[in-house]
Ligand binder design. Sequence first.
Ligand code: ZN
Length: 149
Amino acid sequence: MTQPAQRPSLRRCPSCGAAVSDTAMSCNTCGGVLAIDTLFMRLRQEGSFFTQRLRSVIVEKNLTLWILALIPLLILPPVLAAILSLRAAREGTETERSTAFWIIGIALCNIILSVLAWRWLSQMSYGVGTLLAPVLPPHGSAVPGAQHI
Ligand SMILES: [Zn+2]
């Protein structure tokens, strides 16, 4: 009976290319250390698992709402996101409701910040205009004292 009860999944040694077991810390053929390779493989597996979950969470729903809620300096998109989320929260499940509340909160923050930013910007431009008015040369004046060589 030469039937292997359990065959470990095989991969290649990065230095010599020999087949090594998935859990081996060093290569049987060349003695190369595989610990780092093993670590990277695990990290990659967990990373792909994480990104997969993240993607499923984002793509599933609300991506447009998130984007709308986060668009800076525009007031209409977050307002829209808040209204749509409010509607989703009324007829959604528990998780949908909590997501909707987050979106509404962020959208409201964005609306407030946008209003403040626009006020600040208009004050800024007004302030800069009045500050620079006396400094700026009057219209059509030539620059006096041009350098002579
Ligand atoms: Zn090897």
